[in-house]
Design a protein around this ligand. Structure first.
Ligand SMILES: N[C@@H](CCC(=O)N[C@@H](CS)C(=O)NCC(=O)O)C(=O)O
Length: 90
């Protein structure tokens, strides 16, 4: 499962929209920037830049840049579409 650490600002929405587009299996974790949750030890251990969004992959690695996350999500979508096509081909 993928985990998107997000806030209400634009780059989180771009990653979230990409996950929805490909119907990825993901969960959301809100990061409260006003409360400086992104500067907590826990969050910094995930993403040392302290920036949001961040996407944690099933292998435990975290991508801390929206464009990089979206680039990774694309192939997930292609895989799902291929799988769906194969299932429909019976
Ligand atoms: N280049 C980064 C920019 C991320 C970024 O600037 N995030 C802002 C919110 S939109 C943030 O985390 N700000 C909190 C801070 O600077 O402490 C990306 O696209 O992922």
């Amino acid at each position: 499962m993928l985990t998107l650490y997000w806030s209400t600002l634009a780059s989180s929405i771009a990653v979230h929209a990409s996950l929805e587009q490909v119907k990825a299996d993901y969960q959301l974790r809100f990061v409260n920037l006003a409360a400086k949750e992104n500067r907590s030890e826990t969050y910094l251990s995930l993403n040392p830049t302290g920036l949001v969004p961040a996407l944690t992959l099933p292998n435990g690695r975290t991508i801390g840049e929206a464009a990089a996350a979206i680039t990774l999500i694309g192939p997930i979508g292609r895989f799902l579409r291929r799988t769906t096509l194969m299932e429909n081909e019976g």
